[in-house]
Design a protein around this ligand. Structure first.
Ligand code: PMP
Length: 396
């Protein structure tokens, strides 16, 4: 390797370590679940986006196995060249039905869905108005489009109105407002009804990334659009299968015209192979489970109430979350890392999150609750959080 580059990278790595921003990636010796095995020991899993436990659900795993037997392991090439398997079409139809949208298109991941959709729709002649806390994949998608990017204060409709009014005066060809649905590091929800109203007033396009809303918000986990009953009013809904659905892949939902256009112009669709038959079949099975009953979704929300109420009563700051994402605010990155290390010693896997994922000085432990956690699991965790919180002088 180039010597200069090698030295530069080593220096950067040392800097990350000094600042407490170096991530120690854990190796799991078990499937995703309420508990996972790390270094031969069982740890309570507070890190996974496996909200409903579907990543290791027998019905979902069986569907993947059957798909491998029937369709093999790979899609061959990109769908526009090698043809698309009927399974992929079936998933897109079932997703559209589940989300009550006209049509959907699937991608290799949620990240890719944002990289695919935004540059396909927006050009240098356009303005994108983006929430300041939007996910990295939205930011990258916006940059890739070449459109001018303007940022509004987080979830602030007044700020959005100001930025929109100015953008509208500047007379671009199109204006796109883009926001996370549920903000992944804070657990708060975008004010989507207000955003839709403003978009109508200024004739802007609305796009929401529902990665953390699918399987969590709305009836049977149909997502943020269903939660606010805004069917047909949000132009583009982005989704991922890697969270509540428990598999891997991403999607966009919207009008038939939008989806037809994306199949012709979205570069990750045109130049990268589709997700595997196993993933597609597993995602179909996950949707079937959600449609059948919402028991898992209710359990998830019940766990949220129990855990967050008890954490607040104990004196922890859990930010402004209104969803099962529970940020336990610590502040300094090194302290957050220490907290995470102590949790691991006490049997809990909960990663510290620092800059650049969250702003400097706002490091936290992000607890991801799941329907798979039992009442005993939550009580075990609450005891440990209180013990370490006192040790590190975060609570009295
Ligand atoms: N969008 C948001 C809002 C996310 O939180 C994430 C995952 N962290 C993604 C997109 C990316 O999804 P995927 O893991 O499917 O690429």
């Amino acid at each position: 390797m180039n010597k200069n580059l090698e030295l530069k990278l080593q220096e950067e790595i040392e800097n990350l370590k000094d600042e407490g921003l170096y991530t120690n990636i854990r190796t799991l010796e078990s499937p995703q679940g309420a508990w996972v095995e790390i270094d031969g020991k069982e740890k309570l899993n507070f890190c996974s986006n496996n909200y409903l436990g579907l990543a290791n659900h027998p019905e979902v795993s069986k569907a993947a196995q059957r798909a491998i037997e029937e369709y093999g392991v790979g899609p061959g090439a990109v769908r526009t060249i090698a043809g698309t398997m009927e399974l992929h079409r079936e998933l897109e139809e079932k997703l559209a039905d589940f989300k009550k949208a006209e049509a959907t298109i699937t991608f290799q991941s949620g990240f890719n869905a944002n990289l695919a959709v935004i540059p396909a729709l927006m050009t240098k002649k356009d303005i994108i108005i983006s929430d300041e806390l939007n996910h990295a994949s939205i930011i990258d998608g916006c940059r890739l489009s070449g459109a001018e990017i303007r940022v509004y204060d987080h979830a602030d409709l007044e700020s959005l109105r100001e930025v929109l009014a100015k953008a509208s005066e500047d007379n671009p060809e199109k204006i796109l407002i883009v926001t996370d649905g549920v903000f992944s590091m804070d657990g708060d929800i975008a004010p989507l009804p207000g955003i839709v109203e403003l978009a109508k007033e200024f004739e802007a396009i609305v796009m929401v990334d529902d990665a953390h809303g699918e399987g969590v918000l709305g009836s049977h986990g149909r997502g943020i659009v269903d939660h606010f009953e805004l069917h047909g009013e949000v132009d583009i809904e982005i989704g991922t299968f890697s969270k509540a659905f428990g598999t891997v892949g991403g999607c966009a939902a919207g009008s038939k015209t939008l989806i037809e256009y994306l199949e012709q112009r979205a570069r990750p669709f045109l130049f990268s192979s589709a997700v595997t038959p196993a993933d597609v079949a597993a995602t179909i099975a996950a949707i079937e489970i959600l449609k059948r009953d919402d028991e898992l979704v209710e359990k998830l929300w019940n766990n949220k109430e129990i855990f967050q109420d008890n954490m607040k009563n104990a004196g922890f700051d859990v930010g402004k979350t209104v969803t099962p994402i529970t940020p336990v605010m610590i502040g300094e990155a090194k302290k957050a890392q220490k907290f995470s290390e102590r949790l691991m010693e006490e049997g809990i896997f909960a990663t510290a999150i620092g800059f650049p994922t969250v702003p400097k000085g706002k490091a936290r432990i992000r607890v991801m609750l799941s329907a798979t956690h039992s009442q005993d699991d939550l009580e075990f965790a609450l005891d440990k959080f209180k013990k370490i919180g006192r040790e590190l002088k975060l609570i009295d």
